[in-house]
Design a protein around this ligand. Structure first.
Ligand code: PLP
Length: 404
């Protein structure tokens, strides 16, 4: 008889955002006259930029013509996009990345999860706590997390990120093989300086570990001393894989396009990791649509970059409104400077879900309970700058009224 992957049966409850959606729908059903402003899920709300749309239209027309029609594309992505990323995303940082080190994909979420395919089951995995849940759940599905004890997974190495350490993970005592780092961070909004990342690169090199660096929010960095890529750190080419995405950078959350960099210098036990990832992608993935890759390419044109910057500024202005509004109201807030996320301490030691329910019911504002990102997230909520500017202002006013 068929057996299932029992690791799936160990996964607790429903996914964080499904639970939030469930509670919000229940509240709306009971209170049809009340509006709920969503500041919870990290989804973009501004339309794609005109330059991106124009490129997409042009590519759609090409697909309708004999001669310019395209069927299957390269699994790794079209050269035009990979070359553009090399020249426009990395060269300005002083980082040399070769075209065959760049893999275009349909999302950083897929890549962060799928990357586990090429690593052995017995590797010890370190994750920050709180954390983007995908790293945890995909490792649980692969059998690397052990069992869930109601709070933590028995085999994962948790790196606490809290007020005491400035939301920056400290080097662990037990040595992991796979280290997930995400900066600017979702959910805490913390960003890492070069010396802070260097510490991790040196540690990974010394211990033969790989760093899986999620840079999905690098476009939100506003301070000069914050690196945009882990490859700005010496030695990272020998120990790190970087995930980036057009989702938050250019509003591609629904359009789907991202990329992962796997340097040729990354080798473990004599095996070149780039070769394994290439093999994995060629076997299980058939590429991102041509139309979407042309749209992504347009993000890097001069006009595309200007328009993209305007959208990011719009979101970051929301982040500032949330940050300053709540701070002036006496709440303790973090993030929102190099990241669209604001990490807010709940008042009077309230628990995350309790405060979530209170804000939903009394303010009509949906946030994300910090506890949903890991045990260290308890006592915090996450708000996002991805909403509508007017609604964001309203939401802040409503929250302030409730807590005062
Ligand atoms: N990585 C982090 C840290 C995220 O917060 C998200 C989305 O919220 C993703 C990756 C997913 O990106 P994508 O839309 O490219 O799958």
């Amino acid at each position: 008889m068929l057996t299932v992957n029992e690791n799936y049966l160990k996964l607790p409850g429903s996914y964080l955002f499904s639970e939030i959606a469930k509670r919000v729908s229940a509240f709306k059903a009971e209170n049809p006259d009340k509006s709920v402003i969503p500041l919870s899920i990290g989804d973009t709300t501004r339309p794609l930029s005109p330059t991106v749309i124009a490129a997409m239209h042009k590519a759609v027309d090409e697909m309708g013509q004999l001669g310019s029609y395209r069927g299957y594309g390269p699994e790794q992505g079209y050269a035009f996009l990979r070359e553009t990323i090399r020249d426009k995303a990395y060269k300005p940082l002083g980082v040399d990345i070769a075209v065959d080190e760049i893999f275009i994909s349909d999302g950083a979420k897929s890549d962060c999860g799928n990357i586990g395919d090429i690593f052995g089951k017995d590797n010890v995995v370190a994750i920050c706590d709180p954390v983007y849940p995908v790293y945890v759940d995909t490792n649980a599905m692969a059998g690397r997390a052990g069992d869930y004890d109601g709070t933590r997974w028995t085999d994962l190495l948790y790196l606490p990120c809290n007020e005491a350490n400035g939301f920056m993970p400290e080097l662990p005592v037990r040595t992991p093989d796979i280290i997930y780092l995400c900066f600017p961070n979702n959910p805490t909004g913390a960003s890492a300086t070069k010396p802070q990342l260097k510490l991790w690169v040196d540690y990974a090199l010394k211990n033969g570990a790989v760093i899986l660096f999620d840079a999905a929010y690098e476009a939100y960095i506003s301070e000069d001393n914050i690196p945009h890529s882990i490859y700005e750190i010496e030695g990272a080419r020998e120990c790190a894989i970087e995930f980036r995405s057009f989702s938050k950078t250019a509003g591609f959350t629904g359009t789907r396009c991202a990329y992962t960099v796997v340097p040729m210098d990354l080798k473990f036990g004599g095996v070149q990791i780039n070769k394994l990832w290439n093999r994995r992608q060629c076997t299980k993935f058939n590429g991102v649509p041509y139309v979407i890759q042309r749209a992504a390419e347009a993000v890097y044109t001069e006009q595309g970059m200007r328009e993209t910057r305007e959208i990011i500024d719009y979101y970051m202005n929301n982040a500032r409104v949330i940050r300053s509004g709540l701070k002036n109201a006496g709440l303790t807030v973090y993030g929102g400077i190099n990241s669209p996320y604001i990490w807010v301490k709940t008042p009077d030691g309230a628990d995350s879900w309790g405060f979530f329910d209170r804000l939903l019911k009394e303010a009509g504002v949906a946030v994300t309970p910090g506890a949903g990102f890991g045990p260290e997230g308890e006592g915090f909520i996450r708000l996002t700058g991805f909403g509508d500017a007017e609604q964001t202002k309203q939401a802040v006013e409503r929250v302030i009224k409730v807590i005062k």
